[in-house]
Design a protein around this ligand. Structure first.
Ligand SMILES: Cc1cc2nc3c(=O)[nH]c(=O)nc-3n(C[C@H](O)[C@H](O)[C@H](O)COP(=O)(O)O)c2cc1C
Length: 262
């Protein structure tokens, strides 16, 4: 089984690296696991220009010619992904934020269903929850199996803190390892199916504005081959109608659309 550790510290091998190395040691003791590190500080991944081409028109049209596609393939070839970032002012590092932005399109066209994700945040002690939260939507479709928060202050930690950290690191390692053993994809829960239906419906209503989403969703029953329960079908139709009533002003102005398309 393969783990790709995506490292967001501008230092490269800093405190976060020490934590992820501990996870690697634990996981290698438990089973046959291969680790690869992707240090974002060294990766050929340009800075998002904010052109917003990847989401509506497709990631292939991104003006940045770099390793984004290769990195996506590396992720798809992995069973587990670790996203590691230090906490900077209650957020991820700029390197991790840029990584998240460069993969923004995967939140529209979800794809990382076979990947199990472990989030790792480390900081002097403050802002760990916020740092983890910022990474939750990084990889569309991936299942987050554990969120590990490790205080790494600039002073030597007490034996009590060290013990606490080790315990959490052990738990995180086991969770990721066990999750990676599960190879089957479960039928979607109601909220996952609702999200699918929402994106499919919206992209068909505004296909001129979201052509990449339209192409992606138009022939799909779900993201992967699975059975959608009758309960999910019925409940999602009811809830969808209610949600659309409340969100009607979020939708397109059909009159303006007609004029634009004349
Ligand atoms: C720009 C900057 C902002 C930081 N903000 C915070 C913070 O909000 N809270 C905190 O506890 N530590 C903060 N730190 C400390 C780092 O999170 C801490 O040193 C961490 O261990 C660095 O991890 P690394 O060695 O993996 O890069 C900040 C450090 C930097 C450089």
């Amino acid at each position: 089984m393969k783990v790709l550790a995506i490292m967001g510290s501008p230092k490269g091998k800093g405190n976060g690296y020490k934590v992820v190395r501990r996870i690697e040691e634990n996981m290698k003791q438990t089973g046959d696991v291969e680790f690869e590190y992707l240090f974002l500080k060294e990766a050929n991944l340009g800075l998002c220009k904010g052109c917003f081409v990847c989401v509506p028109k497709g990631e292939r049209l991104c003006p940045l010619k770099d390793d984004r596609e290769k990195i996506e393939q590396k992720i798809l070839d992995s069973d587990g992904v670790i996203l590691s970032s230090p906490g900077y002012v209650f957020n991820v590092s700029w390197l991790m934020k840029n990584f998240i932005d460069r993969f923004a399109y995967s939140n529209h066209r979800l794809r990382f269903f076979n990947q199990k994700v472990l989030l790792v945040a480390n900081s002097g002690g403050a802002g760990l929850e916020e740092t983890l939260k910022s990474m939750r939507n990084a990889l569309g479709g991936a299942k987050i199996v554990y969120e590990l928060a490790v205080p790494t202050p600039p002073w030597p930690v007490t034996p009590g803190m060290e013990q606490k950290n080790e315990k959490k690191i052990g738990e995180a390692s086991k969770k990721l390892h066990d999750a990676m053993l599960v190879k089957t994809l479960s039928p979607p829960k109601l909220n996952d199916y609702m999200r699918f239906k929402f994106l499919k419906t919206i992209s068909s209503e505004v296909k001129e504005y979201l052509p990449a989403d339209y192409e992606f969703y138009k022939d799909k029953e779900y993201y992967y081959d699975t059975k959608i329960s009758l309960y999910n079908k019925v409940m999602s139709s009811i809830l969808f109608r209610i949600a659309m009533t409340f969100m009607k002003d979020m939708g397109p102005n059909k009159e303006a659309m007609k004029k634009e398309n004349k």
